[in-house]
Design a protein around this ligand. Sequence first.
Ligand SMILES: Nc1ncnc2c1ncn2[C@@H]1O[C@H](COP(=O)(O)OP(=O)(O)OP(=O)(O)O)[C@@H](O)[C@H]1O
Ligand SMILES: [Mg+2]
Length: 332
Amino acid sequence: MPVTDIGIDMGSSNTVVYTKGKGIVINEPTVVAYDKDTDKILAFGEEARQLIERTPGNVVAIRPLKAGVISDYSVTERLLKHFIQRALGRRAFRKPYISICVPSGVTEVEKRAVEEAAFQAGARDVTIVAETVAAAIGAGIDITKPVGNLVADIGAATTDVAVISLGAPVILSTVRVGGDTFSEAIARYVRRNHSLFIGEGLAEEIKIKIGTVTSRPNSESMQITGRNVITGLPRTISITSEEVRQACGEAATEIVETIHGVLEKTPPELSADIVERGIVLTGGGARLEGFEELIEDRTGINAMTAENPECAVAEGCGLYTEKIEQLSRMER
Ligand SMILES: Nc1ncnc2c1ncn2[C@@H]1O[C@H](COP(=O)(O)OP(=O)(O)OP(=O)(O)O)[C@@H](O)[C@H]1O
Ligand SMILES: [Mg+2]
């Protein structure tokens, strides 16, 4: 297997690109700015996000992977091409070997479409990598050893939990709950309990600033402004981190239960490894405060978050072929 030049994690919320030698070179929203009037794509990634913010009306956002499935092939392809070309820059003297992770929910047909898009974008060869294996490598786990490791990648739309041994998932479970589920739950809570409509962006800001999934002795609070459900007028209220914890409780439990379910199905020899080595968390959603504690509380096993959890998959994707090569050399 040739050494990968570029590793790409096309997530439903963010796309992260790793290149050999340079590390993480792109970390931008998986979004395209589209002009409804002229039927043209105006910008990609971060530039698109800013353009959409500044130009309301005719310029709209297309998030082709929003719910973890490809909703628009041609947009996905153009976005992928854009990121690949930018990652390559002008040093592209030969066609690159590309490794790509796609959200775990995508079908075989969709995987082939992504593969095709990468070839269209100039790849010499394309490897599709299992997201959880990439997450494990990116988190610094040595996947070439015959020991069990449990990784939970908490993305925007989904959480993938897997036990990995000798470079492959042994047990795998996916739940359609991720970081965005928490934001949605917060918006719903504010609407029901404070009669206030708030947008996705503010809900996410609340989550990042004061969100938590475990009870804390000192609750923080935050002033937020939204639109009153009844009067339609703007109103400012204060929300506490304890309220946010309540709002997020159900989604957090679903993630913990998925981890629990995977542990139950794990063969005892591998379980012993996991107890010893702990549970590793990756994905931007793992940054929500209190996750490690909550998991430790409910499973009795140590949990730790990777250093840059949202970049782990891309980095692991970029290193995948080398690790697999190493593994097959050891088996020979
Ligand atoms: N500091 C933070 N606290 C809480 N949540 C955060 C924080 N930073 C990012 N997030 C959340 O992480 C999520 C994005 O994570 P990530 O980039 O791993 O998703 P993705 O890979 O695009 O999605 P998926 O893997 O589901 O396709 C978003 O829901 C975002 O709100
Ligand atoms: Mg992801």
